[in-house]
Design a protein around this ligand. Structure first.
Ligand code: ATP
Length: 434
């Protein structure tokens, strides 16, 4: 099962409308993906769950949404212009490009055995020009992380909201990296979404805050139903750390292609604010009213990927079971993440009284839950379709409903069916779903 689990998930994503290859009618743009009707719901639910846990349920975090384009000095100050690169080698024969770190034999191409160039640094930032003229004075970068948008707004936040330490900023947004070796479906792409928190603390509190954030973020995945055996923490070795970082812990998921990073939680010390202070000439120290001290706070940064988390939850929830002689594929995904909560299905699609009533029930339920109506197949087929996309409850309207005003409610996970009166349907579903 794990061997081809990835293929099964990729195929389900396409078949049912979660994730499609970008620009497919033109042959596709490699390693770029579009989220379809179910995918966008899942992704939005995941982002909503993150925002709720990190912004709404805490007193110490404020939300933000900064622009993708930023002043070019930002990337000088952050170190990205000079340090954000991977080493790569090109094959002189087949022209393929490799990340040097992935090469066992540094001299020969793993594909055609051709001679490889020396490894050279390759900056991962996308670069373009702002405005109609293309010259070096108007070079602009497409952000490779959302973090810098929060650092450069530190002063605005202090002046407008007057938060006291410790406090954090949170944002979700697109980032772009010209990765040398993208791959593994949506795991590593050149355009992706990040969910990042910058948490400002007194330097003396940084170690404790780092440990608290590691636990808080690790548990978030578990709370949303991720299997604990598929999740682990991995401490960065000294050689892996960015030069300014004091410590970093990765949260890793056991993907079919191996344990890989979902999120990194780092102690960035006072590097970012110091750099921006120096490059901008603005005072970015924090003034403590009580002690009259002025200092650069340390920053704890939990930084995760939306697309990687979506992929991990899809893989984790994919489930196959034998029901009688059939194979049932179910996406056993947490109720808060499930793209649709309820499906209303008429048992007989050629009976207008039934389809009309089912339609009416679905329109009413839509006001409270994400609900779909489907009358395009036999009931067995409709159930199968809903199981595959993780719909939690199927409501079936049949001939008897016309007389006794009751519907059959079937649970995705137990497959148990209950007759519920239409009057009580909303209340019943609310109890299960909220
Ligand atoms: P990796 O080592 O996998 O390249 P990273 O350590 O460079 O990742 P960070 O800079 O810490 O990644 O970014 C934070 C998070 O953003 C990652 O944990 C990941 O979830 C997500 N992310 C980073 N790069 C990509 C990418 N190319 N595609 C999808 N998600 C990404």
């Amino acid at each position: 099962m794990t061997e081809n689990l990835m293929d099964k998930v990729v195929s389900l994503c396409k078949r049912r409308g979660f994730i499609f290859q970008s620009s497919e009618i033109y042959g596709g743009l490699a390693n770029t993906w579009d989220y379809g009707p179910y995918g966008v719901e899942l992704k939005n639910n995941l982002k909503r769950a993150w925002w709720k846990s990190n912004v709404y349920e805490r007193n110490d975090i404020l939300g933000m949404d900064s622009a993708i384009l930023m002043h070019p000095m930002t990337w000088e100050a952050s170190g990205h212009v000079h340090n954000f690169f991977d080493l790569k080698s090109d094959c002189k024969n087949c022209k393929r490009r490799f990340k040097s770190a992935d090469l066992k034999d540094k001299a020969h191409c793993p594909e055609c055995s051709g001679e490889l160039t020396e490894s050279r640094p390759f900056n991962l930032m996308f670069k373009t020009h702002q405005g109609p003229v293309e010259d070096t004075s108007n070079i602009i970068y497409i952000r490779p992380e959302t973090a810098q948008g929060m650092f450069v707004n530190f002063l605005n936040i202090l002046d407008s909201r007057h938060p006291k330490l410790p406090f954090g900023l949170a944002q979700i947004g697109k980032s772009f990296r010209n990765e040398i070796t993208p791959g593994n479906f949506t795991f590593r792409t050149r355009e992706f979404e990040q969910m990042e928190i910058e948490y400002f603390v007194r330097p003396a509190d940084a170690d404790r805050a780092l440990n608290e954030w590691i636990e808080y973020r690790f548990n978030w995945y578990l709370t949303l139903g991720m299997k604990s055996e598929n999740l682990r923490k991995r401490q960065h070795g000294k050689d892996e750390l960015a030069h300014y970082a004091h410590a970093c812990m990765d949260v890793e998921y056991n993907f079919p292609f191996g344990w890989s990073e979902l999120e990194g939680i780092a102690n960035r010390a006072d590097f970012d604010l110091k750099q921006h202070s120096q490059y901008s000439g603005k005072e970015l120290q924090y003034f403590d009213d009580a002690t009259k001290e002025k200092f650069f706070p340390y920053i704890i940064e939990p930084s995760g990927g939306v697309d990687r988390a979506v992929l991990a939850f899809l893989v984790d929830a994919y489930h196959e079971e034998k029901v009688r002689d059939d194979l049932r594929v179910v996406l056993k995904i947490h109720k808060d993440l499930a793209p649709t909560k309820v499906a209303v299905l008429p048992l007989l699609r050629n009976r207008p009284e039934i389809t009309e009533l089912a339609n009416k029930i679905s329109r009413d339920l839509k006001k409270s839950f994400v609900t779909v109506y489907d009358d395009t197949g036999s009931i067995g087929k409709l159930y199968r379709r809903q199981d595959e996309v993780g719909t939690l409850y199927c409501v079936t309207v049949d001939v008897q409903t016309l007389e006794d005003k009751q519907v059959t409610v079937r649970s995705r996970d137990t497959m148990l069916q209950e007759r519920i009166s239409v009057d009580r349907l909303k209340e019943y579903l609310a109890k299960q779903l909220n």
